[in-house]
Ligand binder design. Structure first.
Ligand code: MG
Length: 203
């Protein structure tokens, strides 16, 4: 399986990183070895001094697809969860300056913590799912899927132009504003619609 991640899908987040608002989705990938499951800890990597948290809604792909039209995109994902896109921001800033790819800042082992997944039919409106992240008990990110620049269906359609989507693939749909630095011993708790769904300690 693979993990497809969308960058800059919330206006306020693009602005806080002084990035342009994209006209088309920006995407990058993480390998399977990036995944942290079952609320296991995140180990702060030695190669970075500025790891940021990014909370995101994550789609789970349930059907093989290529060149998926927006109209049918909703049939290609059946579950939604929460993910933390851990980012070595110091390294990413350097990559951006030099026009280099982001993989070393984004795709390292442990860089994708994921929750258990929920049947998408449990949500009243997929275009208005509320989610948030607490850092040491204080809310640092809080948003709704209604604030996304590109909807879930637009993302699936766009990604599938370039990459075949396979059953079990994950799509991180972008983070809202409020990203920030992590430190050893920090505790992260992520919520969908006020239900705690992910818990990660930094070691
Ligand atoms: Mg992200």
């Amino acid at each position: 399986m693979k993990i497809l991640c969308i960058g800059r899908n919330y206006r306020a987040h693009a602005e806080e990183l002084k990035s342009e608002i994209p006209k088309e989705p920006v995407f990058f990938m993480k390998p399977e070895t990036a995944i942290i499951r079952n609320n296991l800890p995140f180990f702060y990597p030695g190669f970075s001094e500025k790891i940021h948290y990014e909370v995101e809604l994550v789609l789970k792909i349930c059907k093989l697809g290529k060149h998926i039209s927006e109209k049918f995109a909703h049939t290609y994902y059946d579950q939604i969860g929460i993910g933390l896109d851990f980012t070595a921001r110091d390294i990413q800033e350097n990559c951006k300056k030099k026009g280099l790819p982001w993989e070393i800042a984004k795709a390292f082992d442990g860089s994708a913590a994921i929750s258990n997944f929920v049947d998408k039919n449990k949500f009243k409106d997929l275009n208005n799912i509320n989610f948030s992240l607490n850092l040491n008990g204080k809310t640092v990110q809080k948003a709704s899927s209604s604030q996304m620049i590109f909807t879930f269906d637009q993302l699936i359609s766009y990604l599938s132009k370039f990459v075949t989507l396979k059953i079990g693939d994950l799509v991180f749909t972008g983070t809202p504003s409020g990203v920030g630095e992590l430190h050893i011993n920090d505790q992260l708790e992520a919520y969908i619609e006020n239900e705690k769904i992910l818990n990660v300690n930094v070691k």
